[in-house]
Design a protein around this ligand. Structure first.
Ligand code: PGA
Length: 258
């Protein structure tokens, strides 16, 4: 029987994306402060920089906290200066954020490079969290669905239905991402839910209903302690990818205990 048929409920997935923040010591302090507060019922993933992955993993040992990275190489090994292969980190890293809009914008990632990374991660047992989302201008032009469909379709090219059970999708409308500004406005839960439903429908068309019902679609963009519960009330929002508000441990604790 296929794996996803055994699990009717989607466990909430809450991911801290620390971007270019936190020293090794700050990562260790955070994990120690958090570790006793993470128990069953939701999956909590911390994504520090590469240099702190092992520290985070060691500090989290014996707790329910999982570790992820913020990017991953599309190549297994070789002459790719600066890249980190899933082979190097698979012992201590469960997830990889792939295709974040900041990487697409600042480091010229394309749907094609995102696809290479997704397939390389899956090949070596790392679970991709694939980021999709429209820019403000695209939303104004009513192209949200077109953009998201293209990003999804290309990112998942060559990915089988079986493999898809290890994937999570993060819907992150680019205009809602805080950029470090705590006062930035998120999407409303209703606006996000509409696109989440569209993503699930698209996955059903690309694969089948069982896979689409199983996969977790999380929301990202100015998630804060005050608005997390509102997002989680929506049927198709299965968790959050949190940047700015995941940096102080008190704030992240409130988010995971929404
Ligand atoms: P934010 O970042 O929570 O600060 O908006 C989210 C993200 O970029 O993943």
């Amino acid at each position: 029987m296929a794996f996803w048929l055994l699990i009717p409920m989607r466990t909430p997935l809450i991911v801290a994306n620390w971007k270019e923040n936190k020293t090794n010591q700050e990562v260790a302090d955070f994990v120690y402060a958090l570790r006793l507060s993470v128990s069953g019922g939701r999956e909590v993933v911390l994504c520090p920089s590469y240099v702190s992955l092992i520290t985070a993993y060691d500090c989290a040992k014996g707790s329910a906290i999982k570790i992820g990275c913020q990017d991953i190489s599309g190549f297994e090994a070789g002459a790719y200066t600066g890249e980190v292969s899933p082979i190097m980190i698979k012992g201590f890293c469960t997830y990889a954020i792939i295709g974040h809009s900041e990487r697409r914008k600042n480091f010229h990632e394309t749907d094609e490079s995102v696809n290479l990374k997704v397939r390389n991660a899956l090949k070596h047992g790392i679970q991709p969290i694939i980021c999709v989302g429209e820019k403000l201008q695209e939303r104004k032009e009513h192209r949200t669905e077109q953009v998201v469909r293209q990003q999804l379709t290309k990112a998942l090219s060559g990915v089988t239905a079986e493999q898809l059970s290890s994937v999570a999708i993060a819907y992150e409308p680019v205009w809602a991402i805080s950029g470090g500004d705590a006062s930035h406005e998120p999407a409303t839960p209703e606006t996000a839910e509409k696109t989440h439903q569209f993503i699930r429908k698209t996955l059903e068309q690309l694969y089948n209903k069982q896979v689409a019902d199983f996969i977790r679609i999380i929301y990202g963009g100015s998630v804060k302690p005050e608005n997390m519960a509102g997002f989680m009330k929506e049927d198709d929002i299965d968790g959050a990818l949190v940047g700015n508000a995941s940096l102080p441990v008190e704030s992240f604790l409130k988010i995971i205990n929404y």
